[in-house]
Write a protein that binds this ligand. Structure first.
Ligand code: NAD
Length: 361
């Protein structure tokens, strides 16, 4: 039987606990995995001097497929996000975040079935920034004032927002190809072209061009602020959303909120040469080692990985088992109980075991 060599990054904070539950569930599908375990993040920084050693990137480049539990990024100081660096280094340009309601999840909304496609490499996340008060910032401010004839306060920091035709074409194409493959009906491009004409305006223009090649799928666009209101008021009108990096980040969390929170929101970062599967949520460090948090988002990221590998039957079986455990509401973590102090809530490991048991039936 075929065995898939997959890079597994256990993460830090609650990452390793969630990764162990997901690994057990993936193995229980019967699909064979040959795990290439690669540590990264805070703890590795202390030992190897970098949170993202070259060996991790090499492993993913070689295996072309990876699953990762969350990694901590210190705020304000220390290293830049390993999560962002991985996406950039490997050119994983598409972030895919399906947001689907499962019966039994506590949420104000029912029957949500949205797919977020977020561009991962450009926009204000490109990491091109100039710190307030530096000679580089002063030089850039002078140049911009000269070229644009507009004033910038000298005590400003600057972040650059590049949006290219190349980057936009491939992300919008990805959204349409996804829609076609998974029989979705509509793609909505989200932007603020009314204000940022040369970045978001370009994005919209390119999106309209790409859409012409997919006459079988409906296309429309929405301004991002209006999109947020519409998603809260009438999410059923939307299907696949394609967004630039920053709006994609924000709207992903909004949509995670519609389906019951971060504990159940899976994700994937996909490029031409590989894919990295990871939950939307972070490493929740205060819960580290408590066997308390919900493994669903990481397990459902594993479901996305199975689909990507073409293991559709195993993906469906695992997703059904997750849905069944959530629907029953018995062997679930505290965040899925009506009362967060419910003593019958189970731990991360036990919820994973309940899912495995369901798959056997
Ligand atoms: P977080 O997602 O880690 O946690 C915020 C809160 O959401 C938690 O306190 C918890 O109440 C809840 N939550 C998160 N995951 C949950 C789960 N599986 N089950 C139940 N409840 C859950 O966000 P944060 O506190 O802003 O970030 C913590 C660290 O994670 C930061 O260093 C951040 O940079 C990093 N982070 C990493 C990733 C990633 O690895 N891709 C993504 C986002 C944040």
């Amino acid at each position: 039987m075929k065995s898939y060599r997959v890079t597994m990054i256990p993460g830090d904070g609650v990452g390793p606990e969630l990764a162990a539950a997901a690994q057990a569930c993936l193995e229980a599908t019967g699909v064979k995995f040959d795990w290439d375990i690669q540590t990264a993040g805070m703890d590795v920084m202390a030992q190897e001097g970098t949170p993202l050693p070259e060996r991790v990137l090499e492993s993913i480049r070689k295996n072309k497929i990876a699953i990762k539990a969350p990694l901590t990024t210190p705020v304000g100081t220390g290293f830049r996000s390993v999560n962002v660096a991985l996406r950039k280094e490997l050119d994983l340009y598409a972030c895919l975040r399906p947001c689907k309601s499962y019966e039994g999840v506590r949420s104000r909304y029912k029957n949500i079935d949205l797919v977020i496609v977020r561009e991962n490499t450009e926009d204000l996340y490109a990491g091109i920034e100039f710190q307030k008060g530096t000679p580089e910032a002063a030089e850039l401010i002078a140049q911009i004032e000269k070229l644009s004839k507009k004033k910038i306060r000298p005590d400003s920091g600057l972040s650059i927002k590049p949006i290219s035709v190349t980057g936009t074409e491939r992300i919008v194409k990805f959204a349409f190809e996804y829609a076609r493959q998974y029989k979705r009906k509509k793609v909505t491009a989200v932007h603020k072209a009314s204000i940022m004409k040369f970045t978001d305006g370009l994005y919209l223009e390119v999106a309209r061009e790409v859409a012409k090649k997919y006459p079988d799928i409906e296309f429309e666009d929405r301004i991002v602020d209006n999109m947020c209101m519409q998603l809260v008021q009438k999410p059923e009108l939307y299907d696949v959303l394609v967004l630039t990096n920053l709006y994609g980040d924000i709207v992903s969390d909004l949509c995670a909120g519609l389906i019951g929170g971060l504990g159940v929101a899976p994700g994937a970062n996909i490029g031409t040469n590989g894919a990295l599967f990871e939950a939307t949520h972070g490493s929740a460090p205060k819960y580290k080692g408590l066997n308390k948090l919900n493994p669903t988002a990481v397990i459902l990221s594993g479901v996305l990985m199975l689909r990507y590998l073409g293991e559709t039957e195993a993906a469906e079986r695992l997703e059904r088992a997750v849905a069944e455990v959530i629907r029953e509401g018995k062997n679930v973590t505290y965040d899925m109980k009506a009362d967060r102090n419910d003593p019958t809530a189970v731990g991360t490991k036990e919820m994973g075991e309940a899912i495995i048991e369901k798959m056997g039936k």
